[in-house]
Design a protein around this ligand. Structure first.
Ligand SMILES: Cc1ncc(COP(=O)(O)O)c(C=O)c1O
Length: 369
């Protein structure tokens, strides 16, 4: 089965093999080495001041979002939550579930937030924090997080900036040095691992806020992690896998990685548009990791995806109100042009204009030269 999903994503053989490593004492010297190496590499990717600014524990991305809320916010805090889709909405709901006073800025689905608009709303009161989504996976929109964070850094007092980058980092540029206080990610997208680990990077200010003890957290309390300790049994096999994946990411290099994802996006958009599916999001804000496509009214997304699955290709459905007319193609993680082509070739016979789609993909792949 080929998967072109925005998570989970294909897992490299080297990562699978690493996950077969025999169990070891997670408080022993062997695992300590793995822990140190992983935290060091994650700190580099996050642009964190040190490995003691990184927390890794077993949870999917949503657990990471909840941990960020529990560690940096308290009941009664007022936050501005900028929602550009389903995952932005989820971040708000988590904050509300923890008694945070959430002021929503809702952006129509398919659009990125406007920097001036967010800053204007953030100025309306002294918010404790602003919640942002870097790459909105439900719509395939890339938001200008770094620009907003830079503008907010000049406010007095500057709100904490909490960023869901679960489908962004490490495939799309953004680091804590972009005036961000916590970057939340998960293992099953650009990090090329199975689901199960969430990874958070904190700024100095973010770390201090975590260490300022507050009630209402236990398993997700990041304090021990930020002091270099693993308080509970870690997901040892996933750590091994992540260790191997980080080596692969480093070998490729970040610039090559960023360009690869952009290139895959451009191929998918050209292919789909020529083939009769409409990329919903404007090119300027199109995500490098996931593309939402509107199907013509003659195609039912559920049935269409079933047909593709029968051919050996899984793609994602539309979420929320987009469920009935949209599909999403993921192009993130362990995927090169040849892998993408395998999926696009399987999809082509089910498109309104297969030949045009393949020709456009061929040209966008720069294979025509
Ligand atoms: C932007 C974003 N936020 C949050 C989540 C939720 O992550 P998980 O399903 O790992 O809990 C996802 C998952 O797709 C996501 O893409």
């Amino acid at each position: 089965m080929h998967i072109l999903l925005p998570g989970p994503t294909p897992v490299p053989t080297a990562v699978e093999q690493a996950m077969l490593t025999a169990m070891t004492d997670h408080r022993g010297a062997l695992f300590e080495e793995v822990q140190a190496r992983v935290l060091e590499q994650l700190a580099r990717i996050f642009g964190a001041p040190s490995p003691q600014h990184v927390a890794v524990f077993p949870a999917s991305g949503t657990g990471g979002l909840e941990a960020a809320v529990q560690n940096l916010l308290a009941p009664g805090d007022a936050v501005l939550a900028v929602e550009t889709g389903l995952f932005g909405r989820r971040f708000s709901e988590i904050a509300e579930a923890h008694g945070v006073e959430v002021h929503r800025l809702e952006v129509p689905w398919g659009q990125a937030f406007d920097v001036a608009d967010v800053v204007r709303h953030a100025e309306q009161r002294p918010y404790r924090a602003v919640l942002l989504t870097h790459n909105e996976t439900s719509t395939g929109v890339l938001n200008p997080v770094a620009k907003v964070a830079l503008a907010l850094a000049h406010h007095d007092p500057a709100p904490l900036v909490l960023v869901d980058s679960i489908s962004g980092v490490p495939s799309i540029p953004l680091t804590l040095t972009d005036h961000i206080d916590v970057l939340i990610t998960a293992s099953q997208k650009g990090f090329m691992c199975p689901p199960g680990l969430t990874m958070l990077g904190f700024s100095d200010r973010g770390r201090e806020a975590v260490l300022a003890q507050r009630p209402g957290r236990f398993y997700f309390d990041c304090t021990p992690y930020l002091k270099g300790r693993l308080p509970y049994t870690p997901a040892i096999s996933l750590w091994y896998g992540l260790d191997a994946a980080l080596t692969l990411l480093e070998e490729e290099g970040e610039e090559a990685r960023f360009r690869r994802h952009e290139h895959l996006r451009d191929i998918v958009r050209a292919y789909a548009a020529a083939g009769g599916l409409t990329p919903i999001v404007a090119a300027e804000v199109a995500s490098p990791t996931v593309t939402a496509l509107e199907l013509p009214p003659t195609l039912n997304p559920g049935q269409w995806r079933q047909k593709l699955a029968a051919r050996g290709l899984q793609i994602a459905g539309g979420l929320g109100n987009w469920h009935h007319h949209v599909v999403r193609i993921g192009h993130v993680g362990y995927l090169d042009v040849a892998d993408l082509w395998a999926g696009l070739a399987l999809m082509a016979p089910e498109l309104p204009h297969p030949d045009a789609a393949l020709k456009a993909a061929f040209e966008a792949s720069a294979l025509a030269q």
